[in-house]
Design a protein. Structure first.
Length: 76
């Protein structure tokens, strides 16, 4: 089971997704989709308790600040 996901069967989708098929085992496409949904939630929607915002937002702000510090003016 993917950490953080609850449900029936070996792989469950986040709450609000389609119910698992009877029998519990899902096709590989369903496993891939459930994994990608979890990764998207983990990086873009989950609020990191130490920084108070999603990790992707924090990383974007870091790289924007970092790139501004090392910005080279265009040669004219």
């Amino acid at each position: 089971m993917v950490p953080g996901l609850r449900g029936q069967g070996p792989v469950a989708r986040p709450s609000g997704s389609a119910r698992p098929r009877r029998g519990g085992v899902r096709p590989a496409d369903d496993v891939e989709l459930a994994t990608l949904e979890y990764i998207n939630w983990f990086n873009h929607k989950r609020i990191h308790t130490a920084i108070g915002r999603p990790p992707a937002e924090h990383a974007a702000a870091y790289w924007n600040a970092h790139n501004d510090l090392h910005h080279t003016p265009a040669i004219q």
